[in-house]
Design a protein around this ligand. Structure first.
Ligand code: SF4
Ligand code: SF4
Length: 346
């Protein structure tokens, strides 16, 4: 299993270093335009719909391209006190959806308590970004499918390919077989089955320095292969673009693909994606309660612009008046059909 950038003491574990790379070189010498010069106006939020809450960077996997730099060697997790602060916000915000992410959000010892409290506070729309293998990682997680079902949690899971070789190359040896078993267990309780209200979506991201293929075509291929080979059903496939941050940035630099990849993203810039970017209807909350425009900005430590910086200062009116913080990584969300945590945006 690979180690996180933090554990390796890589210079990219420092987010300032990542931002420096994204601002200098081809973006400083005029070879490529900066993102702020490409968009005609500052990005502004629409009505807040989703609170995406990062429950911690701890994960049972250590995927090659993880934008969180998560892994078993990361120990940062959200405390119950910070969850309490989030619950206070949940009671008054107009956001209707809680989207739990990580790391592996289920590894937070208070994950189930938090879901139950949020449910009591009136939330009915939950999403969990589950890596699937966590369900088999320890007997304390074996009943997660039943727990998800009890709270009608929408499960969204990464699955880079329908073949063992390509999946294990990106996510680690043995991940494919465990993911297949976990998907079968989710199907067994009703997830992803036609006409079932229990939603199971998969996320595809490319295995190298290229943009994802057409989402609809990929979904057809995934559905056919997973049904024929393993009798697995799921609802939708989301194709996402790898953003040039964290371990994917490390890979781009090590493989000498960084400049070509940034050229490809800039050339594929599509202004029609701007109105549906996830930063326009989401606030991202980090494990320690800081607020960001999106999960990617969180990983670059680009905190919200304006006075409201932390969950304890949450003020929706003030938040609506901010400009969204951008840098060159934003080209990853606006290339081609666009990319968000829910796949293409056009
Ligand atoms: S499962 Fe997700 S959070 Fe965990 S290492 Fe892989 S990409 Fe990162
Ligand atoms: S990375 Fe994407 S979602 Fe985040 S601020 Fe940039 S465009 Fe918006």
């Amino acid at each position: 299993m690979i180690k996180s950038l933090h554990k390796r003491k890589s210079e990219l574990a420092n987010t300032s270093k990542q931002l420096e790379i994204l601002s200098n070189g081809i973006f400083a010498n005029g070879e490529l335009p900066k993102f702020k010069d490409k968009i005609e106006e500052p990005l502004r939020p629409k009505a807040l719909e989703i609170l995406q809450i990062n429950l911690g960077y701890m994960c049972n996997q250590a995927c090659a391209h993880c934008h969180v730099d998560a892994g078993p060697d990361r120990k940062e997790i959200m405390t119950k006190e910070t969850m309490q602060l989030c619950l206070e916000v949940i009671k008054k915000t107009s956001a209707h959806t809680l989207d739990f992410t990580g790391g592996a959000p289920e590894m937070n010892p208070n994950f189930r308590w938090f879901v139950e409290q949020a449910s009591r506070a009136g939330i009915t729309d939950f999403i969990v970004r589950s890596n699937l293998t966590i369900i088999l990682a320890n007997k304390k997680y074996y009943d997660l499918p039943e727990f998800f079902k009890k709270h009608n949690i929408h499960v969204i899971s990464s699955m880079p390919h329908w073949t063992r070789g390509k999946t294990d190359k990106q996510r680690g040896d043995g991940v494919f077989d465990k993911s297949i078993k976990a998907l079968q267990e989710l199907n067994a309780v009703g997830y992803g089955i036609p006409n079932s209200p229990l939603k199971l979506d998969l996320v595809f991201n490319p295995s190298g320095a290229f943009l994802p293929a057409n989402q609809n075509a990929l979904e057809k291929d995934f559905k056919k292969a997973l049904l024929e080979d393993f009798n697995i059903h799921f609802n939708n496939l989301f194709a996402i673009t790898n953003l040039p941050i964290s371990r994917f940035l490390d890979y781009l630099i090590a493989s000498e693909n960084y400049e070509d990849y940034m050229h490809a993203l800039v050339e594929a810039y599509n202004p029609s994606t701007l109105s549906n970017l996830m930063c326009t209807n989401t606030i991202s909350v980090s494990w320690d309660g800081w607020l960001y425009d999106c999960d990617f900005n969180q990983m670059l430590n680009l905190k919200l612009a304006g006075k409201v910086k932390h969950i304890k200062e949450f003020n929706e009116e003030l938040l609506q008046n901010r400009n969204i913080v951008i840098s060159q990584h934003c080209y990853g969300c606006t290339a081609g059909a666009g990319s968000s945590c829910q796949g293409s945006v056009t």
